[in-house]
Design a protein around this ligand. Structure first.
Ligand SMILES: [Zn+2]
Length: 287
């Protein structure tokens, strides 16, 4: 039900008045947006609570001109972000969330012949199963919000842009595979991450780009050579220029490189300089 401010709903002191309907006591609200005008609202009944979603219009902050780019590489297990010097690696929340899904599955299995159970007990178990699923979902959502805010804050502090892979095709191909619970979590994790990082960047005035993921894990971030050689567990080496790194680091550097090119930025440290390519370091003091 879409409610318009004034004619559909009114907020007075501690109450929300739904015009021609009811008066509801406010038990809490997000105070961060109090300075912005209330617009259309939607009244939702969820479980035992009434929630009034009020839309607000918030002006976008002006974006600065970035001097460099933070590349972000994400996979099921890990997220890696930074530039050619900064390298931050963190585990994703997939495994942690999946533990709760497994607890839910165990319960489900144990009580699958539930017609033998008393109604009351059955309801309690179903509630527990549901709460485990909810817990898994919340873990994933919280992680996504937290990590995207961290990345955007770092970018803002350094006056960098954020570059991430366009995960649309990856998500689509995951959706086509048989769906188990873990895969569902991964799909949710990726799509939430895409949404949150863009939103945080938008909100904090941080420039951002999404880049084509093709070749980000197989091409040399230094000389663009396609066909890195595997030299160890998840470790690759470029036969042309000798650059060597972990797969995730290569991903991060390539995402950054693509971001730099897309935005037309020449980083201060010269082109894509790394310790293995010192001859490329730009020593021009004017930059
Ligand atoms: Zn190379």
């Amino acid at each position: 039900m879409l409610l318009h401010p004034g004619s559909g709903y009114r907020i007075k002191d501690d109450y929300v008045e739904i015009i021609g309907g009811m008066r509801l006591r406010i038990i809490g609200w997000d105070r961060r947006y109090d300075d912005y005008e209330n617009r259309e609202a939607r009244l939702i009944y969820r479980r035992d609570k009434m929630i009034l979603w009020i839309s607000k219009r918030i002006p976008k902050p002006k974006k600065y001109t970035p001097i460099d780019v933070i590349g972000v590489d994400i996979n099921e297990q890990k997220i890696v972000y930074g530039d050619e010097i900064i390298n931050i690696e963190k585990d994703t929340a997939i495994d942690k969330a999946y533990r709760y899904i497994r607890l839910a599955e165990d319960l489900q299995r144990k009580y699958s012949s539930s017609r033998y159970l008393a109604w009351r007990r059955r309801k309690r178990i179903l509630n527990r199963i549901r709460s485990y699923h909810e817990k898994a979902r919340n873990i994933l959502i919280d992680w996504t919000k937290k990590i995207s805010l961290e990345i955007v804050r770092l970018a803002k502090e350094l006056r960098y842009a954020v570059s991430r892979e366009d995960l649309t095709n990856l998500i689509r191909s995951l959706r086509e595979l048989p769906k188990d619970h873990r895969r569902k979590l991964i799909i949710m994790g990726y799509s939430r991450f895409e949404r949150w990082i863009d939103w945080q960047a938008e909100k904090h005035g941080v420039p951002y780009v999404k880049v084509d993921p093709n070749g980000t894990s197989s091409e040399c971030p230094i000389c663009d050579y396609k066909g890195l050689e595997e030299v160890g567990y998840r470790r690759f080496r470029c036969p042309r220029c000798g650059f060597e790194a972990d797969r995730d680091v290569i991903g991060k550097l390539n995402v950054r490189k693509k971001g730099l090119r897309k935005l037309g930025i020449v980083p201060r440290g010269g082109s894509l300089a790394t310790p293995t390519a010192p001859q490329m370091t730009d020593v021009n003091p004017n930059r």
